[in-house]
Design a protein around this ligand. Sequence first.
Ligand SMILES: CC(C)(COP(=O)(O)OP(=O)(O)OC[C@H]1O[C@@H](n2cnc3c(N)ncnc32)[C@H](O)[C@@H]1OP(=O)(O)O)[C@@H](O)C(=O)NCCC(=O)NCCS
Length: 192
Amino acid sequence: MTSDDLQGSRVRRVTCHSSLATAPMHLRSFRPADLQTLYEIDQACFPPGISYSRDEIARFIAKQGSRTWVAEADDEIVGFLTADRHPTMLLGHVITVDVVEGWRRRGVGSALMDAAEEWARQEGFAAISLETGENNLAAQAFYEARGYSRYEKLERYYANGEGAWITVKWLKEGHRAQARAAPRSRKRKDKR
Ligand SMILES: CC(C)(COP(=O)(O)OP(=O)(O)OC[C@H]1O[C@@H](n2cnc3c(N)ncnc32)[C@H](O)[C@@H]1OP(=O)(O)O)[C@@H](O)C(=O)NCCC(=O)NCCS
């Protein structure tokens, strides 16, 4: 497995804005009517040049084989996660996970990741990967707490010049040894 195998659409960083709420949270599937809200959450979460356009989000969600989970509380969307799969290998990939600021540290991100990892296991994927900004210490702590590890650094990965860590959770132990032995590629995606 190479970095190209693990590298997909960019996942990014920053803070969102929402009032604090205490209603119970649940996950549900994406509905077309959610798109504008997910776009607004992503815009609030990430700076220009790193946040996705509405069309990009729509494309990720509509992509064949991708999955989107929406976290909802009291009829308000408080987070979402979109994941896709490698076109030829048994690898899952988190495109983005966004939790509204007022709902952070309440288990929303964990619930979304639980759903994505459960899907990846059901699909028989060897691993699930994502890219996280080298300066996004909160996200790094979040993934580390979930058993993810840094696989490879991508220099100047984002349009703002920030590097990214390909971050991986191995779902099948045998594949971890294989991946360690595999040659790695430094080829990067085109910049946005
Ligand atoms: C990263 C993010 C998705 C985490 O979502 P969340 O709902 O706050 O995460 P959880 O409440 O499930 O946190 C689970 C655990 O992860 C760790 N963690 C989460 N946020 C952390 C932080 N800011 N600092 C340190 N550890 C953190 C903790 O161990 C936490 O458990 P605890 O609260 O009992 O200590 C959320 O902060 C976010 O949306 N950030 C902005 C967008 C972003 O950066 N997305 C990821 C891009 S790679």
